[in-house]
Design a protein around this ligand. Structure first.
Ligand code: ZN
Length: 287
């Protein structure tokens, strides 16, 4: 699932390429035909994101809401525009660009009220200048739910996914199982500030890097010495120069590093299935 940084990056790209132009819209797959017909040749005013939700605002108060979900993609490219193939939900075109949306969980015309209703259910988004971190602090420090659950709850903070959750908790030495109300308010505030920096960096790079520059060399050495055994998604347990480089580039402390050594305390990074997602943490230094 894309985390907030990638949806913001996508929104900015769409805004740069399509805002201020009349956009030709179509739904070759047919599932968004009526919406595409209404929008066709309408001026796109702006594209923006709130958490993992993308909003494209057209003239005449038309708003398209897109949520990519687990499998959705929205890919922008220069013409020539290829023949539509497969489940192409929405194609945007102007004279200089086209963008193809496939497999989203949501792609709907919602209007301004619909957009506001969706946003009203979301917590503050660290990537938005109008975000109010006090809302997130109140939700977290007033809750008996584990902080690891709260951080994934989009109504608490919008945009965090599994990687930022794991890395943020590690960076602040907080166990995912600690109750929200047991996390000191100043730690919550520090986590928010950290998140703003990390996610902005994620937007810039187009990928998540949470390892401080001073730690990168040591972490890469650790991973070179100890091939992963429980990491089929990333490297299938193999250990080749390419995979070692990929791990280094991944730039994370604990996410998908279970079975490897924690850089800070030397414990073995743990993982378990939790609420339908895999949780990664260091039992040694996250308390
Ligand atoms: Zn540790």
């Amino acid at each position: 699932m894309p985390e907030g940084h990638s949806v913001h990056r996508l929104a900015r790209g769409l805004h740069r390429s399509f805002a201020g132009t009349e956009v030709r819209t179509s739904s070759p797959q047919g599932r968004f035909s009526s919406g595409a017909e209404i929008l066709d040749a309408t001026l796109l005013e702006r594209a923006g994101a709130w958490g993992k939700h993308l909003f494209m605002e057209f003239e005449r108060d038309e708003v398209v809401h897109v949520h990519l979900g687990l499998y959705g993609t929205f890919v922008k490219a220069r013409p020539p525009v290829p023949e539509p193939r497969g489940a192409l939900r929405l194609r945007l075109e102007n004279d200089e660009w086209y963008a193809d949306l496939r497999g989203p969980t949501a792609c709907d015309l919602v209007g301004p009220d619909g957009r506001d209703a969706i946003i009203a259910r979301l917590g503050p988004d660290p990537l938005r200048r109008d975000a109010d971190p006090a809302k997130a602090r109140r939700r977290i420090t007033g809750s008996r739910a584990p902080i690891g659950t709260l951080l994934m709850d989009q109504s608490v903070i919008a945009g965090i996914g599994n990687i930022y959750r794991a890395e943020l908790l590690y960076r602040h030495g907080v166990s995912p199982f600690r109750e929200g109300r047991e996390v000191e308010p100043e730690v919550v505030d520090a986590m928010w500030d950290d998140l703003v920096v990390l996610m902005k960096d994620g937007v810039r790079r187009g990928r998540i890097v949470t390892v401080d520059p001073d730690d990168r060399g040591a972490l890469a050495d650790l991973d070179t010495d100890r091939p992963a055994s429980d990491d089929p998604g990333l490297d299938g347990g193999e250990d080749t120069p390419t995979l070692r480089r990929r791990r280094r580039e991944t730039g994370v402390y604990v996410y998908r590093r279970s079975g490897r050594t924690c850089l800070r305390c030397g414990s073995i990074v743990a993982d378990q299935e939790w609420g339908g997602r895999r949780l990664f943490w260091c039992p040694g230094c996250q308390i």
